[in-house]
Structures are given as C-alpha cells and as structure tokens.
Design a protein around this ligand. Sequence first.
Ligand SMILES: CC(C)(COP(=O)(O)OP(=O)(O)OC[C@H]1O[C@@H](n2cnc3c(N)ncnc32)[C@H](O)[C@@H]1OP(=O)(O)O)[C@@H](O)C(=O)NCCC(=O)NCCS
Length: 200
Amino acid sequence: MGGSDEAESICAGALRGVEELATKRLVLRRPMPADANAITAQANNAEVSRWLARMPHPYNRAHADTWIATVNAPQASECAFVITLAATGEIVGACGCGQMEDFDLPQLGYWIGQEHWGNGYATEAAHALIDHVFTASPCAVIGAGCRVANAASRRVIEKCGFQYAGLDMIESRFDGAVVPIFAFRLTRRTWQGLKSWAAA
Ligand SMILES: CC(C)(COP(=O)(O)OP(=O)(O)OC[C@H]1O[C@@H](n2cnc3c(N)ncnc32)[C@H](O)[C@@H]1OP(=O)(O)O)[C@@H](O)C(=O)NCCC(=O)NCCS
C-alpha cells in the first residue's frame, strides 16, 4: 500500500531521541504513564475513534496504559507524542509517525480531543512532527490517509503539503470492516520546497 522505491525507512528510535517539539502554541512531548487519565478523557469519544484505524472504542484507562507502554518500548515502530498546550500543559491530543501494518510508507497520524477542534492544533502539531521526521531520519516519503468522509483530516493533510495518491482500503477497528481511505504522500523534496518558499 502506497509503496515507493524512493522511500527510505523511518528510524523510529532516532525520532524518539527527541523528547519534546515546541511550536508557537503547543508542546509535543513523549507520553508518560501519568498521562493515561488525561488521554483517556479525550480519547473515549466515538467522534474521535471512528476516524482512526486502530483506536479502540470505548477507550479506557487500560488502553491508554497499553498505548503509552507500546510507543515507549525500545522496539516500537512508531514515534508518538502527546500534544499539549504550551500555556497550561493540558493534553489536547496525540500524534505520531511510524511503520504501520499494511503500509509501505511510514504513516503520519494524529487526533485532537473534540473540545479542542477548530483551533489549528492538528495542523500545527503535524507541521512540527513532519519537520522532525525529515530532519532526524533519512525518510524520503511520508504517507498519510483519512477516511473518505473525514473532510477535516483531509484539510489538515493538504495544509501539510501532502499530495493525493489514490484510493485505498484499510481495516477499521471501530467499524469492524474494511473501509475506503484517501491516501496521500509527502516527499522530502516537496517538504524542502515548502520550507524554502515559506522562508522566502
Ligand atoms: C481531524 C482533526 C485532527 C482536526 O483537528 P483540528 O485541530 O480541528 O484541525 P485544524 O484546526 O488544524 O484544521 C482543520 C481544518 O479542517 C477544516 N474543517 C473542519 N471541519 C470540516 C468539514 N466538515 N469540512 C471541511 N473542512 C473542515 C477546518 O476549517 C480547518 O481548515 P482551515 O484551517 O482551512 O479552516 C480532528 O477533528 C480529530 O481529531 N478528529 C478525529 C480523529 C481524526 O480524524 N484523526 C485523523 C485521522 S486521519
């Protein structure tokens, strides 16, 4: 799915060497066991989980504990961060990038708690994570996908410079079925172009 000869594998271990990514309004930091309740409070919402391939629903404290342990394991294939507000430290969501089953390209993923939607947080966090992936790893292409009805996520993906790569199918844990997704890709070359245009 979404394979490419130019794709070099992401090194999740190298990406996890960075503990924090700071943006104008957010701090993306490594998830800690003490975050489990706050993550559960935001993630236990069908309006969030229905759009994510792997998020369980209902989402309980044990799910958060497992996720935190999994993404912090030395062999983890994903680099994940909780997204927090710089001003208060409040957890508003999570994001990550890494190898996912059924995908050749490392995939970008994110979610924001519903009460925090519409503030630009997903885009701001994704920009920081993408910069980190291309800066700290030799990865040549990042993939991203969204359910075909997920217009908000599609918009986030497009605001990050991804280009449409076609229709794909993915197993949805929420639906217990295979569902269609729009697939996107962002090459290092495009990212470099966007960065230099922004600087100019
Ligand atoms: C998708 C999601 C991450 C967006 O988070 P967010 O912080 O609100 O996103 P942003 O504010 O950065 O950007 C959202 C964009 O989508 C647009 N948007 C929101 N709802 C929309 C809709 N129904 N139709 C079209 N565009 C929509 C917003 O206007 C904004 O674009 P703009 O900046 O051009 O105005 C959030 O809704 C979420 O977590 N959803 C559930 C989980 C999920 O879908 N994760 C992604 C899986 S692929």
